[in-house]
Design a protein around this ligand. Structure first.
Ligand SMILES: NC(=O)c1ccc[n+]([C@@H]2O[C@H](COP(=O)([O-])OP(=O)(O)OC[C@H]3O[C@@H](n4cnc5c(N)ncnc54)[C@H](O)[C@@H]3O)[C@@H](O)[C@H]2O)c1
Length: 261
């Protein structure tokens, strides 16, 4: 018996990377998983692989920036699966740039995916979760909510926003007696496509960050998936408005900045 048998979870950005790890882990615990992404081929392939392994998974195209796209997704899941127990607001983008180089268009682009997207998702699923007697919303922030680099100017602001939206939503749901818990995960460096991007890899700040991780390595999507399962399951039944840092201890250490000047 899995910890999430009979549960239905949506994972945005689940076609690859950390979201892929979350989809795999939720399926392994018995959940029926809806992978929602704009990367259609990768998402279809992942869902198909999961079904071939005996799990329940399907792919749905979702642009998290569009309220209409969310409404269609939620209507479809309620019509097909009949309930929504979990939402992993994982889809995210990064534009590493400092405050003086950044444009307002870049800031808007990041906010649209990383902050407005989860906002729309939360609003879309809450009625369905309430109808089903409760649920768990897991917002993927970043350890950049506690650590600042010049180049996390836009990204860090968007992630600080989702971390705070997590808490206000958690308190809103708790005070209503909704049995809907809302928590955020704050990953540090993980080995996914976002960090495999050569432009990002080449940044001395990124190299220095990895070297500074007390555990001496990046995290893996499968490790991230285990934390998602914990927050989605009754194992975290008394946790809401919490921040879970999954960063090998990086956030609590101090290190000399390599690129002064
Ligand atoms: N990888 C890391 O080290 C790391 C560290 C801290 C935080 N995070 C956060 O974890 C999350 C996942 O990151 P990742 O490294 O797996 O990134 P990734 O680029 O590998 O995957 C992100 C996914 O989001 C999807 N996506 C992007 N825009 C979308 C949109 N408008 N609508 C729907 N889907 C969209 C992409 O298609 C992709 O599948 C992000 O929120 C990211 O900010 C990652």
């Amino acid at each position: 018996m899995g910890r999430l048998n009979d549960k239905v979870a949506i994972v945005t950005g689940g076609s690859r990377g950390l979201g892929g790890g979350a989809a795999d882990a939720l399926c392994a615990e018995g959940a029926s998983v809806v992978i929602a992404d704009v990367l259609d081929d990768a998402g279809q392939a992942r869902a198909s692989d999961l079904r071939a392994a005996g799990h329940r998974a399907r792919y749905v195209h979702l642009d998290v920036r569009e309220a209409q796209s969310w409404a269609a997704l939620v209507d479809g899941v309620m019509a097909t699966e009949g309930r929504i127990d979990g939402l992993v607001n994982n889809a995210g983008i990064n534009i590493p740039i400092d405050i003086e180089e950044a444009t307002v268009e870049q800031f808007q682009a990041i906010l649209d995916v990383n902050l407005i997207g989860p906002f729309l998702g939360i609003k879309a699923v809450l009625p369905a979760m309430r109808k089903g007697g409760g649920g768990s919303i897991i917002n993927v922030a970043s350890n950049s909510t506690k650590m600042a680099l010049p180049t996390t100017s836009l990204y860090g602001a968007s992630k600080a926003g989702i971390a705070n939206l997590t808490k206000t939503t958690a308190v809103h749901c708790a005070l209503r007696g909704d049995n809907i818990r809302v928590n955020s995960i704050h990953p540090g460096a993980h080995l996914t496509e976002m960090l495999e991007n050569p432009q990002v890899q080449a940044m001395p700040q990124v190299r220095a960050l990895v070297d500074a991780i007390p555990m001496g390595r990046m995290g893996l999507p499968a490790e991230f998936g285990k934390v998602v399962v914990f927050l989605a399951s009754e194992d975290s039944s008394y946790m809401t408005a919490a921040e879970l840092f999954t960063d090998g201890g990086l956030t609590v250490v101090s290190f000399a900045h390599p690129a002064r000047g």
